[in-house]
Write a protein that binds this ligand. Structure first.
Ligand code: HEM
Ligand code: HEM
Length: 219
């Protein structure tokens, strides 16, 4: 198989398989989680300032007092690479084109030089959080295979996309095919690992805030 056949495969059947597993996987996990059910809380609701679902969603999106000082890399690095990922995926013209082909929706993209810069910043921030995870004994101790694996699966599409655009290491066609393959791996892995937090994070914070708010506890 030459590079062009490889590219044709990842763009066609490969993408169909990956998107299929992604969509079914996301639906499966969401149904699994949201049909769990809980016994109704029959106690009379208590009221306390700052105790509700939305308060908790907001509160947990900001560092608790003192934590910014203790763990600046986690917060700043974490926010930077997530914003970077969102810009790359949703505001890079070739990616928007793909979304347009799939859904018919379209919106303007950012200049590619700017996305290039965002890509470099995103990779740097991801490397910084990885090094922090390795260097801090507590973080390293708490890390499992899944943590290293999901980091790598997130990093690879960014690296290979950038290398394709920069014409680094391999011919463009082959690097682009590898780029799309790494995106497909990400799509397949996302629903079944902690990367599913993209779909559950807001809901779980809201749920914890709501349950505790019912008891008058602002968490
Ligand atoms: C199936 C989905 C995707 C397809 C078909 C795709 C396709 C492409 C193409 C064609 C390019 C190169 C455009 C050019 O040569 O100017 C590119 C670049 C890039 N892609 Fe993707 N991509 C996909 C998803 C993603 C995802 C999910 C990420 C990140 C998580 C990503 C990150 C990048 C980056 C960082 C670049 C280089 C941007 C730059 O440095 O200017 N791509 N992609
Ligand atoms: C709505 C979207 C998302 C939100 C609100 C979000 C939020 C978060 C938060 C709060 C953490 C920190 C968790 C912790 O410290 O234990 C985190 C970590 C992480 N997220 Fe996301 N995320 C989102 C989407 C994504 C997506 C789409 C990806 C990958 C494609 C991703 C990749 C990661 C990775 C790799 C980490 C771990 C970083 C590390 O090693 O420290 N996130 N995310």
């Amino acid at each position: 198989m030459d590079a062009l056949q490889f590219l044709t495969w990842v763009r066609g059947p490969g993408l169909d398989i990956a998107v299929g597993i992604f969509v079914l996987g996301v639906l499966w996990r969401l149904i699994e989680i949201y049909t769990l059910g809980r016994k109704p809380d029959l106690a009379e609701a208590r009221h306390a300032a700052g105790a509700s679902g939305w308060h908790t969603v907001f509160r947990r999106s900001l560092p608790p007092p003192g934590m910014m000082k203790r763990s600046p890399v986690s917060y700043i690095g974490g926010y930077i690479f997530h914003v970077g990922l969102a810009i790359i995926v949703f505001l890079f013209a070739p990616h928007i084109l793909l979304i347009t082909n799939l859904t018919g929706l379209s919106w303007p993209g950012l200049p590619s030089q700017f996305v290039d810069l965002v890509t470099v910043v995103t990779m740097a921030a991801m490397i910084v959080v990885l090094v922090d995870r390795i260097n801090k004994p507590a973080k390293r101790f708490l890390s499992t295979f899944e943590d290293w694996f999901t980091w790598a699966v997130t990093f690879l599409p960014v690296l290979t996309g950038w290398m394709a655009v920069q014409h680094l290491l391999l011919p463009y066609t082959l690097m682009l095919a590898i780029h799309i393959l790494t995106v497909e791996i990400l799509l397949i892995v996302l629903p079944f690992t902690k990367l599913f937090h993209a779909f559950t994070l807001i809901g779980s914070r809201w749920y914890n805030g709501r349950v505790n708010g019912q008891r008058g506890v602002p968490v």
